[in-house]
Design a protein around this ligand. Structure first.
Ligand code: HDD
Length: 713
């Protein structure tokens, strides 16, 4: 197996053009003499139809947009590699998982689901986590999310789910938000979504960065080894930087201050050499254990708790190169759960089975042709030979007269590969069943794992779920929908439902108002598909809580600190902090009343990165006010007060040394400051190393949520 460490091999397949030092030409290669004026009858006369240069340019421009993805329209991606750290040849024959150290190029695209292409990155939403592996045996796509379960169990409900969450059709409001009637109307009638709703209302749905999210394949897949034996598998991506979120109020403010926050964060981290990294893990479930659990492995609304089946790490992914062109690469990349290589196969999960149809179909309308696999970003590095021909924008020039199989005129080529030669052979699962349009009763537990998720959260995380539900349902206008949701929530946790109800000024209904569960099935009428709660073998799982899982190696790498300055600022304090941050691969940005420079206490000019007008606390991870003279300018500034107030409210680290503590004493939250607050690093000593190291240690903790009013204390 060839090691593809050199990504240039992939680039060789791609026509890149940077247009530098070249004559401007038409699309037909004719050099252009004047690109600024159209051809006219006289200087002040009408333009002439003859102007083929103008017509070509405008025609191309008129057709520059393609339909955006029906879901996951908003996203960002990067190139990188996947490296095997722990090969699993006993489980799979997939070539890219066979050898320790083997590297495979990847392109990974992260996305939100509901918003349009230009919508904010910080919507409360599931994040897509799709990885394309360019393996030597063909393309493998792992098209997952940052949440390990899904809203629905059967693909036939996907269009309904998406119609419900997208902006409402009469007025196209709201953009990139689930907080509206049609979404909650649908959810309140779909008890199977309750587990997913717990995740979507948790802080998982407002990540701090794409680089700080877990990823999941969601479905149970199959691995198949050389001997043709199969095991079930769940895929997990674990971020090296840990899993972190922002606060909901912060998310909403970021959406205004910088809707490209996640896109920019990913781009800048890679440009700065802070390459995001994840471990790939697998949960391996022997086929004989298929029916061992209280949940069905084929049900995408269920996880396999890590307490039952641990995650085994098999490799790592590093994203180390930004795309050269967003449209050509990130927009035109086409993922498909059905792009698998020998050694990886499907389970009968009815959600996955429907996806296997949907993705190619959608590319036909989005990219416009069955030849989308020829677009450079979608090309396989394994040779492609078959009898597919023609179609819009065909790139390949197939030689000869033979485009059928079997043939003798072409010497029998291309010929079928035997299994031993790497021919894909579907796992020969025995199926003996009636053809029915029905759901398995083993899918009926809609609340058991929703409870498990909720019980696994810390009080802060539970409190955030309540507040998110109050917000979302608070935006719902139809009272009956809110009440139905309270009924469903009460099946997950009575206290949760009651706390949400307080925010809505409503009461939790005594019994669940009969939800219509997969109403298409006549069996529902005799109770066969009544939603139920099954006793769980695991009551609480630490792996499900972000706060119980701080990263193994705390780091502030790539974090941004706002350093609030005015003239007279202590040069020593600023440079001490900046140097220490740089050592940790973090960045200190100088923010001052105006751009240009501030003059320090030693008359040095310190370059200003942002003015108060263009910066905002929500765009930074921590705030530092250095010692200095003239600090009253900061203490009296409304913008500084707002800055500090947000940083405090969003539970960030705030540091002040020397005389700068006075600025905090003037802040609106001063009366709330307590000695117990470990996120406030204040000292009268100026520019001390201890202060800087305390500040950095506090930043490693990410947030000090104890500052918030907690509904579960
Ligand atoms: Fe999907 C895109 C993930 C269920 C139909 N999906 C899409 C993307 C991700 C997912 C990450 C964006 C890929 C990219 O960056 O281009 N989808 C999921 C997950 C699901 C899921 C984790 C459940 C476990 N999806 C799902 C179902 C259907 C679809 C049940 C249809 C029956 N998904 C699509 C699609 C999209 C898509 C319409 C839109 C654009 C695209 O495929 O290329 O075909």
């Amino acid at each position: 197996m060839k090691n593809l460490q050199d990504e240039k091999q992939r680039d060789l397949l791609i026509n890149k053009s940077d247009g530098t030092n070249k004559f401007l030409t038409t699309d037909q290669g004719v050099r252009i003499n004047d690109d600024n004026n159209s051809l006219k009858a006289g200087e002040r006369g009408p333009s002439l139809l003859e102007d083929f240069i103008l017509r070509e340019k405008i025609t191309h421009f008129d057709h520059e947009r393609i339909p955006e993805r029906i879901v996951h329209a908003r996203g960002s991606g990067a190139h990188g590699f996947f490296e095997v750290t722990n090969p699993i040849p006993e489980l799979t024959k997939a070539g890219f998982l066979q050898e320790k150290g083997l590297k495979t190029p990847v392109f990974t695209r992260f996305s939100t689901v509901a918003g349009f292409r230009g919508s904010t990155d910080l919507a409360r939403d599931v994040r897509g986590f799709a990885v394309k592996f360019y393996t030597q045996e063909g393309i493998y796509d792992l098209v997952g999310n940052n949440i390990p379960v899904f809203f629905i169990q059967d693909a036939s409900k996907f269009p309904d789910l998406v119609h419900a969450v997208k902006p409402e059709p009469h007025n196209e409001i709201p953009q990139a938000a689930s907080a509206h009637d049609t979404f909650w109307d649908f959810i309140s009638l779909m008890p199977e979504s309750m587990h997913m709703i717990m995740w979507a209302m948790s802080d998982r749905a407002i990540p701090r960065s794409y680089r700080m999210m877990e990823g999941f394949g969601v479905h149970t897949f199959r691995l198949v080894n050389e001997a043709g034996e199969s095991t079930f598998v769940k895929f997990h991506w674990k971020p090296k930087l840990g899993t972190h979120a922002v606060a909901w109020d912060e998310a909403q403010k970021i959406s205004g201050k910088n809707p490209d926050f996640h896109r920019q964060d990913l781009w800048e981290a890679i440009e700065a050499g802070n390459f995001p990294e994840w471990e790939l893990g697998v949960q391996i479930i022997p086929t004989e254990d298929e029916n061992k659990y209280e949940f069905d492995l084929l049900d995408s609304t269920k996880i396999v708790p890590e307490e039952l089946v641990p995650v085994k790490i098999i490799g790592r992914m590093v994203l180390n190169r930004n795309p050269d062109n967003f449209f050509a690469e990130t927009e035109q990349i086409a993922f498909h759960p059905g792009h698998v290589v020998p050694g990886i196969d499907f389970s009968n999960d009815p959600l996955l089975q429907g996806r296997l149809f949907s993705y190619t179909d959608t590319q036909l309308s989005r990219l416009g042709s069955p030849n989308f696999h020829e677009i450079p970003i979608n090309r396989s590095v394994a040779p492609v030979h078959n009898n597919q021909r023609d179609g819009h924008m065909r790139q390949e020039i197939n030689m000869g007269r033979v485009s059928y199989h079997p043939n003798s005129l072409g010497g029998g080529c291309p010929y079928q590969a035997k299994i031993a030669e790497g021919g894909f052979y579907s796992f020969n699962e025995r199926i003996d069943a009636h053809k029915i349009r029905e759901r398995s009763e083993s899918f009926n537990d809609h609340f058991g794992q929703a409870k498990l998720f909720f019980n696994s959260q810390t009080p802060v995380e539970k409190s955030h779920i309540v507040k998110a539900l109050r917000f979302e349902l608070g935006k719902v206008e139809t009272t009956a929908i809110r009440v139905r949701m309270l009924g469903l929530l009460s099946q997950v946790d009575r206290e949760l439902a009651e706390k949400v109800a307080i925010g809505l000024g409503a009461t939790v209904p005594p019994i669940l108002e009969t939800p219509i569960n997969h109403g298409v099935s006549p069996e529902n009428e005799n109770g066969k598909h009544e939603p139920r709660t099954v006793e769980q073998s695991v009551q609480s799982s630490d792996a499900l809580s972000m706060l119980k899982n701080p990263t193994n190696s705390p780091t502030i790498a790539s974090r941004k600190v706002a350093i609030l300055c005015s003239d007279g600022v202590s040069e020593a304090a600023v440079s001490n902090m900046k140097k220490a941050l740089l050592k940790e691969d973090a960045k200190g940005c100088i923010i001052a009343p105006h751009l240009g420079a501030v003059i320090s206490d030693t008359d040095a000019e310190i370059h200003v990165d942002f003015s108060f007008l263009t910066a905002s606390s929500v765009l930074f991870d921590a705030v530092y006010i250095p010692d200095g003279l003239g600090l009253s300018v900061l203490a009296e500034s409304d913008e500084v007060n707002e800055f500090l107030n947000d940083a405090y409210k969003h539970c960030k680290v705030i540091g002040a040394d020397g005389k700068a503590g006075a600025v905090l004493s003037a802040a609106p939250f001063a009366s709330k400051i307590t000695n117990e607050d470990q996120g406030l690093i204040i000292t009268e000593e100026a520019a001390s190393d201890k202060f800087v190291s305390d500040f950095i240690s506090a930043m490693e903790k990410h947030r000090f949520w104890d500052r918030e009013p907690n509904l579960y204390n």
